[in-house]
Design a protein around this ligand. Sequence first.
Ligand code: GYE
Length: 339
Amino acid sequence: MLSYKRWIGAFLVLVLILTCFACGNIGMHQDETEENSDLIVVGFSQPGAESAWRVALTDSVKEAFTEEKGYKLIYKDGQSKQDNQIRDIRKFIQQGVDYIILCPIVETGWDTVLSEAKQAGIPVIICDRNVVVSNESLYTAFVGSDFKAEGEKAIARMEELYPESIEGEGPEVNILHIQGTLGSSAQLGRSHALEKALEEHTNWHILAQDCGEFTKAKSREIMKRFLEEVNIRDVDVIYCENDEEAFGAMAALNEAGLGYGKDTNLRIISFDATESALEFCMSGQIDLVVECNPLQGPYLYNIIEMLNDDKTVPKITYVDENYFTSENLSSEIIQRRKY
Ligand code: GYE
């Protein structure tokens, strides 16, 4: 038989256990989607944080979807792996988010997970890079860059720099090509423009080509290897598919004590137009930076607001983009730069 005091003791322990369970349950329910049921929940899947450009895109989206404006943004970094992004999207679907923003690392391989989102009735907005899917209805809208147009701006500059070489006659133009993540829209569009130009200008040649994964470290490694494989005096242009890659190539050239940019015959072309790249461009170390605009948060916000109001949204929205050489750059432009 339990004594009276023991009964009280057992009762108190029971109350304690039940309280803990209740707290635990409340804790479990307070997951990312249910803290404040009035907020519109947006799941945001990024491939990684490989460049200053991408960090600027993440910040722009975070600034666009704030609690003050009625949104709850759940941000996931895919650590440069498509499988992680697919897993993150599945989690968003389980959480019952209202919208998904996907910046796809590569173009293909999204059909299944996008079908799952569609079945769950969650609109998906593709952002930055694009997807190639069996059915366009698998996503609601695309906001991002026209990468072929970006590549064409780089080619137009090269045609301007080597006017006597564009008819397949005149001096050869030799190129080192450092590509971005293979299979990403940014790589495909920028590489496509160069490949097309090589077909048209038969005296333009790629002396060496490799993938720098859009990072400075990888590009530096590649450039060091290129320096062993080719005679740098033969090279006219280093075509880097983003600023980080240009910085990597420059680091390798600096370490080898080799000059580039103005007052030399070696020109660097880059994409993104981050503040640091613009500074190098203004001082003549980078010849051209084609702008790729990461400030896409406001564009995405407008699209989602329209969807909230049941309005029809444009399937494709290209962000505004420019290009810079030392001729059209000024310190005011650089100071105003947000990334
Ligand atoms: O150029 C690069 C980034 O997809 C446009 O990815 C983007 C590219 C951008 O890491 O810096």
